[in-house]
Design a protein around this ligand. Sequence first.
Ligand SMILES: Nc1ncnc2c1ncn2[C@@H]1O[C@H](COP(=O)(O)OP(=O)(O)OP(=O)(O)O)[C@@H](O)[C@H]1O
Ligand SMILES: [Mg+2]
Length: 270
Amino acid sequence: MTTIVVANRKGGCGKTMLSLNIAGTLASQGKRVLLIDLDPQGSLSEILHRYPDDVQRPISRSLVSGHLEGALTSTAIPAIDFVPADDELSDINHGLDPVSRRTIRGRERLLADLLARSEDLVNGYDILVVDTPPDTKGELTSTAIVAADLIVVPIDPHAGARGAAADLITLADELRSFSAHPMNMALVLNRIKMQTGSYDLQAAEAAMEAFGDLACKTIIPSWLAYPKAAEDGLPVAFVKGADFTKANAIIKELMGELDDILDGELGVRS
Ligand SMILES: Nc1ncnc2c1ncn2[C@@H]1O[C@H](COP(=O)(O)OP(=O)(O)OP(=O)(O)O)[C@@H](O)[C@H]1O
Ligand SMILES: [Mg+2]
């Protein structure tokens, strides 16, 4: 199983949108996907209408107990299973065990160890996609990054976004010693108004130049299809209509690039 973690401390840059659509496009390409909402805000859980009441064990307990059984639920898409967020994730984000209120030891490896202990369960999936909160000082982003084969960083190229991406690169470097994974990184320009000469496009091009090989060539345009599909609880790959097909084609192109970074591990190279 390949683990893709979507992260950036900047709020509203498209982490949840991209998590949902990476999962959706891969599922439409015949992959079995497990999607985890590690954000205490639970935006992805709201989009998918799946909540802690739908599972026997909330993810916050799974992380501290090391057992993933009972934390999964189905979604409207048969190829995607989901682990919803719960409120106690915010304690974990502050490094606290929600039950004992003590500092959790070895918190950098909470997710990596959980996945290693749940090998039989997770091996039923080709890909794990993890959505994270907008707070890289918190523990949840760190524990997700340590488990990642690939960290995907959506970037909104306006003020402050480049700094946030640079912070994430530093964080990943600091965490490298906790990881047994390659922790590849890909920056993705998102929500770009694509009109020739637009401020967005200029800012996107400047950001891509600044980040060199770390930046993907695929740019995700600012298109209503993404929020519209999410409103219906779906990734664009599973909505009929020309706009959604076009929006899915962009994510597909991105998946081809990510597959190249992962040396074909995703098995979707075009
Ligand atoms: N490419 C896009 N085109 C149009 N709308 C987009 C695009 N990407 C994201 N959005 C919209 O922008 C808003 C913020 O995106 P999203 O919730 O994915 O960001 P986030 O990084 O997960 O935010 P947070 O940090 O709060 O978790 C959402 O309403 C989403 O639907
Ligand atoms: Mg989000």
